[in-house]
Design a protein around this ligand. Structure first.
Ligand code: HEM
Length: 398
């Protein structure tokens, strides 16, 4: 009897070990290799799977090398901001395969495929799975899926309705004016002062969020909204002044619209979120492609924003391209999606845009400014796009 029990236990243990070994080998080798085969059969090019690490070392080294020095003062920022993705697309084309560790990642730079992934209604494309610790720390809307996401999204969308945004205007205004007062204390009446607008805007964004969380009355909001319109009118001359001799031809364009056009062009060239990643948990057909389960799709929106197939002279700062609105600015309107697209589109976009418009209009009313000679052009990808060495500007009272 004892012998039987011993034999059963030993063989169960051996089976368990065998199961664990098979699973392990499947996870680290067979599955990645079979996914790679499926993708290559469809003509997709890219890097071959390397055990455990995939392309992670290459990704890290490219990022380190790119961030080691500043670049010339122009808008050719793609190789610095997303060096690995840029290299892959140059070498392998608009749909290319790379490896985030064991996870296959398809880099997609094509308007139609991007649209299909972002608007996919069957729920196959979700947020990439995260480290459990990160999951605990980020329980916001963007980390939810399914029913929980639907419910929370409804609440968040309603919190950002136009009427509610208008009610937030006094809070926006107070934050902007506090910033201006702070700056005014720094600048002598006829003098100038150098400050880092990057950290100033971080403070402003935090302050606005903190204030809006407490709300305000609609009437008060409406009044201040009207006042802000007037301020923007006054700001027109300053807006034109930014460009000096190189001023684009804004003739006949409404002043408020000019501020919006400038902000859209800044969002095109420097989108705060440069890449959107989606995880495909179930085999999905996208256009002519069949994407196997477990593949991550990487949509580098920065690359589409700079794509000569969709934009005239993409590396030129030219707000006039937005004269007829966002949808007509490029050859395909999904070539511009700083706030994402589809069901997961940013619910805070009107909030963010209004805040930026008010901040710019208020600053222009009080100060003129120019880039500091100490500025080093080094846009860098650290969760969001940031100036690596800050953004020093020299301000003067007007
Ligand atoms: C210029 C500023 C902003 C930009 C460029 C931006 C961009 C984006 C993008 C691209 C996404 C979609 C990500 C994806 O599909 O995975 C997103 C989602 C989101 N954004 Fe923004 N955003 C901005 C400001 C804001 C602000 C001010 C708020 C809130 C006050 C906000 C709240 C959210 C939320 C909650 C989501 C997740 C939506 C969901 O998963 O359903 N964003 N944002």
């Amino acid at each position: 009897m004892e012998d039987f029990v011993f034999k059963t236990m030993t063989s169960s243990f051996a089976l368990l070990v065998l199961y664990i070994v098979i699973r392990f080998v499947n996870n680290i080798w067979w599955r990645p290799r079979s996914t790679e085969k499926l993708l290559r059969q469809q003509g997709i090019r890219g890097s071959s799977y390397k055990l455990f690490n995939g392309d992670i070392s290459d990704m890290k080294n490219s990022a380190l090398k790119a961030s080691s020095k500043a670049i010339s003062l122009n808008h050719q920022i793609v190789p610095r901001v997303i060096p690995f993705i840029h290299k892959m697309v140059q070498q392998h084309g608009n749909v290319s395969l790379c490896w985030f560790g064991r996870r296959p990642r398809l880099i997609v730079v094509d308007a139609e495929l991007t649209r299909l992934v972002l608007t996919n209604k069957n729920g196959h494309f979700t947020k990439p799975p995260r480290n459990p610790l990160v999951k605990i720390l980020t329980q916001g809307l963007s980390s939810l899926e399914g029913e929980a996401w639907t419910k929370r999204r409804r609440l968040v969308t309603s919190a950002f309705q136009l009427q509610k945004l208008k009610a937030m205007v006094p809070a926006f205004s107070s934050s902007c004016h506090n910033m201006i007062q702070r700056w005014e204390k720094l600048v002598e009446p006829n003098g100038s002062f150098e400050l880092d607008v990057s950290s100033e805007f971080d403070v402003l964004a935090g302050d606005v969020i903190a204030r809006t969380a407490f709300g305000s009355s609609y009437q008060e909001g409406k009044k201040i909204f009207e006042l802000q319109k007037e301020q923007a009118i006054l700001a027109r001359a300053e807006v034109l002044g930014i460009f000096g001799k190189k001023a684009p031809d804004f003739e006949g364009i409404n002043h408020l619209k000019i501020v919006s056009m400038i902000l859209y062009e800044v969002l095109r060239l420097y989108p705060p979120i440069t890449v959107i990643n989606k995880y495909n948990w179930c085999e999905t057909r996208v256009g002519n492609m069949s994407i196997p389960a477990g593949v991550e799709v990487c949509l580098p929106l920065l690359l589409l924003h700079y794509d000569g197939n969709y934009w005239e002279k993409p590396e030129e700062f030219n707000p006039v391209r937005f004269t007829e609105g966002v949808s007509k600015a490029s050859k395909d309107h999904i070539a511009f999606y700083p706030f994402g697209w589809g069901p997961r589109i940013c619910p805070g976009q009107n909030f963010a845009f209004l805040e930026a418009k008010m901040a710019l209009a208020t600053i222009l009313q009080h100060f003129s400014f120019q880039l500091s000679p100490s500025y080093a052009h080094a846009p860098s990808n650290s969760i969001t796009l940031k100036p690596q060495f800050g953004a020093p500007i020299v301000i003067r009272r007007i």
